[in-house]
Design a protein around this ligand. Structure first.
Ligand code: ZN
Length: 319
């Protein structure tokens, strides 16, 4: 039976969003509620189930319409268990798929948000029609995913591919994951912010302090200062961009992609970050492999998680 509608769930640290996705990419019946992860996993899962029931009733969906859940990882999509995630405090080995199926008379599937977003780009986004894709979500951290010949590459337990933790320097800065010299430790929102906060304690950082106006100095402030020509900010984004370009060069060599898609909030820094990255790619990739590989921005915006969760459900349940 060909599916025509699925339900996508975007589980985040702050909000839970639910929507109906049609096979043609139409999104409807979007709804949201606060995650309130401090109430514990069972309460959160009950709230997700209630929101799904509301949306399904509004959209008059049959019980055949399955549910795809995009969640922060690490998680095991084969067993439907979220192991641990800093975004959802108190979650440890939570069997979210079994619990949701217990509340709902529907099939449920789960994948991490980076892999879901990659599937979303392939089915509904800028990578439509492509079968070899590298997707990078540049946010507070760096996630992403890899599709080769139409198949998501996620390893034996579905924990891969953590491409944000690709090594770009063995002597680099310590990453939040505990490793050293990861791409994330250079180009994630938190890494750009950490650099900026160091600069802000010096005379070179006066403009950053002014722009923050008493608030946090974050990557957006750095971008604003860099756009004005503030040299220290330009240098911070160049450093991040060079690491990004080196990693993208490696991805080209490893996966021979047709397209590289850049998403996530930090992607809004645009060419201030991507310009230096684009310059580096040729130094770190084979010429025959990098030729004609576009590096493009995602167009799915804040709905990436919902499109991704929907794409996951179509992939898993569409016979
Ligand atoms: Zn790391």
């Amino acid at each position: 039976m060909t599916l025509d509608k699925v339900i996508g769930v975007d589980l985040g640290g702050t909000n839970i969003r639910v929507a109906v996705l049609s096979a043609d990419g139409t999104m409807s019946h979007t709804a949201r509620t606060k995650t309130k992860s401090e109430e514990g996993p069972e309460a959160v899962i009950r709230r997700i189930a209630a929101l799904i029931d509301d949306v399904a009733a509004d959209a008059n969906l049959s019980p055949d319409a399955p549910v795809g859940v995009a969640s922060p990882g690490p998680l095991n999509p084969r067993t439907g268990v979220v192991h641990f995630t800093p975004n959802l405090p108190g979650w440890r080995d939570v069997a979210i798929v079994d619990q949701l199926e217990g509340h709902l008379n529907r099939r449920v599937t789960l994948a991490n948000d980076g892999n879901c977003a990659t599937l979303g780009e392939m089915r509904f986004g800028i990578a439509q029609g492509k079968h070899n894709i590298v997707y990078l979500a540049l946010g507070t951290g760096i996630g992403g995913g890899v599709v080769t010949e139409g198949v998501l590459i996620d390893g034996k337990n579905g924990l891969g591919a953590e491409i944000g933790h690709t090594l770009v320097s063995i002597d680099g800065p310590r990453c939040n994951c505990g490793s050293i010299g990861c791409l994330e430790a250079y180009a994630a929102g938190w890494a750009i912010q950490a650099e900026a906060m160091k600069v802000a304690t010096t005379a070179d950082g006066d403009r950053l302090v002014e722009l923050a106006a008493g608030g946090l100095i974050h990557a957006g402030i750095v971008a604003k200062a860099a756009a004005e020509g503030h040299l220290a900010s330009v240098a911070i984004l160049e450093r991040a961009g060079r690491a990004l370009g080196a990693a993208i060069g490696s991805f080209i060599n490893m996966f021979d992609p047709e397209i590289i898609v850049i998403g996530g909030g930090v992607a809004a820094l645009g060419e201030l970050l991507m310009g230096p990255a684009r310059k580096m790619i040729p130094q770190y990739s084979f010429v025959d492999m990098r030729t004609d590989v576009p590096v493009v921005y995602s167009q799915l915006g804040g709905d990436t998680g919902l499109y991704g969760a929907g794409a996951l459900a179509f992939m898993m349940f569409d016979d």
